[in-house]
Design a protein around this ligand. Structure first.
Ligand code: SAM
Length: 313
């Protein structure tokens, strides 16, 4: 089915200002990663909403009682959950009138773009990207050895990732170095743990140190010896099922926990049925790091999700 286009920028005319707190509707719609619709339907149902029409990257639902912006639930797999206000025949025309940018999710091959649009409203908050439909349309620079560069850059637009120039980061699952590139470009020192080879351009960076082994084999004392200063951020992007990934990094996490300000995990689902285990993974991370977590699916996450932990959470 064709995804409806969604106008996502706010109207710039002051005459269009409405009292957002007074808005009420039992109808909502969620924008999500193409392929994550069933997971979003489940999340909506868990919050007592009845899912109805859905299309690629788009799920509608109805609540038993009208909702307001304050009572809209938070979903992990929805890039946006909006109170649905109206649907219009010509979304492009509406967007042109209010000078909004229309975001078209990549449709399955051959699907035409639909003209009708749903009009909704949501409230901006921490943990939600300001970019239309959560997609910053970032382009991976040539100097980044992998697309994983996007995972860090997108996460930094959603979460207050606590990283300042000169900080030391431990990155587990760093090869070939896409995220490392993003970290180095922000002035970090990076200790990368991965048995795979790094891109030579990353290896040549003076602020990068490669510990070429599995995180399972890293002695906590080694991390403290190699790190040039107390470790402030832990980044994890290993191609293991989440339960194995969390076991593999246990010792390293224990070694750096005392000085950490935050951590960013990419958890590989492989199969969306694993999502049922998300609460267990989050509480395991929270116990391991003694920090609360937030979770979301970034545009660059395929069958993955991002969990962010921070002392300020
Ligand atoms: C998706 S790739 C990482 C991409 C990388 N973050 C980047 O930005 O280019 C997954 C990596 O996890 C590594 N990996 C798997 N198990 C690991 C473990 N136990 N310890 C460290 N790295 C591991 C693999 O060797 C592989 O290089």
């Amino acid at each position: 089915m064709t995804p409806p286009p969604v106008a996502t920028s706010p109207p710039s005319s002051p005459s269009a200002v409405v009292d957002a707190d007074a808005l009420r509707s039992p109808f909502v719609f969620a924008l999500c990663q193409p392929g994550a619709e069933a997971v979003v339907r489940d999340e909506l149902a868990q919050h007592g909403l009845s899912p109805s029409f859905s299309a690629t990257g788009f799920v509608t639902a109805k609540a038993r009682e009208p909702l307001s912006l304050a009572t809209l639930p938070r979903l992990v797999f929805a890039r946006r959950l909006c109170l649905s206000l109206a649907d219009v025949d010509d979304g492009e025309l509406l967007a042109a009138r209010v000078r909004a940018r229309v975001h078209h999710e990549q449709a399955a091959s051959g699907e035409p773009r639909g003209a009708p649009a749903f009009v909704g409203v949501h409230r901006q908050r921490p943990g939600l990207s300001r970019d239309p439909c959560g997609d910053a349309q970032l382009v991976v620079p040539e100097r980044a050895p992998s697309r994983a560069w996007l995972k860090f850059e997108e996460a930094a637009r959603v979460f207050a990732v606590p990283l300042v120039e000169g900080d030391t980061v431990v990155e587990i699952g760093c090869a070939p170095g896409g995220m490392t590139r993003a970290l180095l470009d922000r002035g970090a020192h990076v200790v990368g743990i991965d048995r795979n080879a790094m891109d030579p351009r990353i290896l040549a960076e003076p602020r990068f140190r490669h510990v070429q082994t599995s995180a399972r084999h890293v002695e906590p004392s080694l991390v403290r010896t190699v790190a040039p200063s107390p470790v402030r951020l832990l980044v994890v992007d290993v191609n293991l099922p989440p339960r194995s990934a969390l076991s593999a990094l246990n010792a390293v996490a224990g070694a750096v926990r005392g000085t950490l300000r935050g951590a960013l995990f990419t958890l590989k689902l492989g199969d969306y049925r694993l999502v049922a285990e998300l609460p267990q993974w989050r509480s395991r991370i929270e116990r391991m790091l003694r920090m609360p977590t937030q979770a979301t699916q970034l545009p660059s996450n395929r069958q993955e999700l991002t969990v962010f932990a921070t002392v300020d959470g």
